[in-house]
Structure formats: structure tokens, C-alpha cells
Ligand binder design. Structure first.
Ligand SMILES: *Cc1c(COP(=O)(O)O)cnc(C)c1O
Length: 234
């Protein structure tokens, strides 16, 4: 077996065990494999080992990779998720090439994605990114702005609002990790009580997936634990 398929199997087992320990149904936790900085060959290897959903942060890298995977392995039916920062002049290729966008945090971006979503495709699945730790440098709406933004996104015909996404402040402390994710779950419940239908909490990465699973994540975004350490210099 290849390293990637070993890693994938270990991550799946980890998610399963962690879900059971939290009293949750493992089926309610989707695995998004974050393949940024890794090539089409790595994606094909993971897909051959049964992985279907892939997350990418950098648009040009992602577009090249999607094309290469399609050319090299046309039999694979994959679902691509955009999870990185979005420039407003780059929304069209995102609207045309992805099934999900997790990193929406401005109405203008949402409006452009909606207008540019091809009518031949189903509505683009959207997560609103929330700056849950209130970090100055982080993307995302502040928790207090999420409901109003969600209501405006609901009116956009090319989009389907699915839920919330967060990248909390990095910490090794499990309780701190859990606190941020618990705040996300509470925000999601408040929004649902206000009439917004949401079925997705996109939270948890390689170093905090246990905390995220304990606090109700429905989609973990895992890169390093599947593909290894990233080398940005390449
Ligand atoms: C890179 C990245 C991930 C994956 O992080 P790992 O720590 O490698 O698992 C998840 N989400 C976002 C938004 C990322 O940018």
C-alpha cells in the first residue's frame, strides 16, 4: 500500500474512533482531503484509495490540478471544494470549477459567485467563514455579523448556503480548541433558531480534529495527516 492510502486509512479510523468516543455517528462526519501544494498524482492516489472530496486554497494551482486529474484519470468523479482566500476578480473560475466554497466572508464575493455560477450546474454550496477567535489577521465575518450575511446569501439564486466554516486560533490546548468549536456550534444553532437552514459545520484540521469532532463538526479538512508536510518552496 502507498503512504497516502495508509494515511487515509489511519485518518478514517481516527475519525471513526473519535466520533464513537463523542457519542456521534461517524457517518455524520465527512472527510475533505486538503491537497494544496501536492500534485495531481497525490490526488489520484488518494482518489484510488476511495477519497472523493478534495479541498484547495490557491486558485491557479487548483485549476491546473483539476485539469491534470481529469486528463490522467477521466474515470474519477471528484468533488472540489475551494477553501482559500478569494479575490473578487477571480470569482468566475471558482464558480465554474468547484462544487463548494467554504471561504465566503463578503457579500460582494457571494453576489459574484451567484451571478457567475453556470446555469448548467447545481447551485454552488457555500459555507460562511467565521472569524471565531476574533483574530485581526484572519479572514471571516465576526460572529455577530453572520446571521445578517447568511440572510443576504439566502436570497442569491446561484448559491446554496450549507453552513459555517472556521479556522480558529492555533493552540495545542485541547480545551481551548474545544471552546472555539463549541462557539461555532452555538452560533450555528442560534442561526438555525432564527430560521436559517444549515447542515454543515466545516471545522477541524490535522492538529485539532478530535476537538472539532467532540464539538459537532460535520466536515473535517485534513491535509498534513493524509499527504504529509507541505513544502511551499517547491
Ligand atoms: C491547509 C488548510 C487545511 C489543512 O490543514 P492541515 O493542518 O494540513 O490538516 C484545512 N483548512 C484550511 C482552510 C487550510 O488552509
Amino acid at each position: 500500500m502507498s503512504l497516502i492510502s495508509d494515511n487515509l486509512q489511519a485518518v478514517r479510523a481516527d475519525i471513526h474512533a473519535s466520533a464513537i468516543a463523542a457519542g456521534r455517528d461517524p457517518q455524520h462526519i465527512q472527510l475533505l482531503a486538503v491537497s494544496k501544494t501536492f500534485g495531481a498524482d497525490a490526488v489520484i492516489e488518494a482518489a484510488t484509495a476511495g477519497q472523493r472530496c478534495f479541498g484547495e486554497n490557491y486558485l491557479q494551482e487548483a485549476l491546473d490540478k483539476i485539469q491534470q486529474v481529469q486528463a490522467q484519470a477521466p474515470q474519477l468523479v471528484l468533488e472540489w471544494h475551494f477553501i482559500g482566500p478569494i479575490q473578487s476578480n477571480k470569482t468566475r473560475p471558482i464558480a465554474e470549477n468547484f462544487a463548494w466554497v467554504h471561504s465566503v466572508d463578503r457579500l460582494k464575493i457571494a453576489q459574484r459567485l451567484s451571478e457567475q455560477r453556470p446555469a448548467s450546474l447545481p447551485p454552488l454550496n457555500i459555507c460562511l467563514q467565521v472569524n471565531i477567535s476574533g483574530e485581526e489577521s484572519k479572514s471571516g465575518v465576526l460572529p455577530g455579523e453572520a446571521l445578517a450575511m447568511a440572510q443576504q446569501i439566502l436570497a442569491l439564486p446561484g448559491l446554496k448556503l450549507r453552513g459555517l466554516m472556521a479556522v480558529p486560533e492555533a493552540t495545542d490546548d485541547l480545551q481551548q480548541q474545544r471552546l472555539a468549536f463549541r462557539q461555532m456550534q452555538q452560533l450555528s444553532m442560534q442561526m438555525q433558531a432564527a430560521g436559517i437552514a444549515l447542515d454543515t459545520l466545516s471545522m477541524g484540521m490535522s492538529s485539532d480534529l478530535h476537538a472539532a469532532i467532540a464539538e459537532g463538526t460535520t466536515m473535517v479538512r485534513i491535509g498534513t495527516a493524509i499527504f504529509g508536510n507541505r513544502n511551499y518552496a517547491k
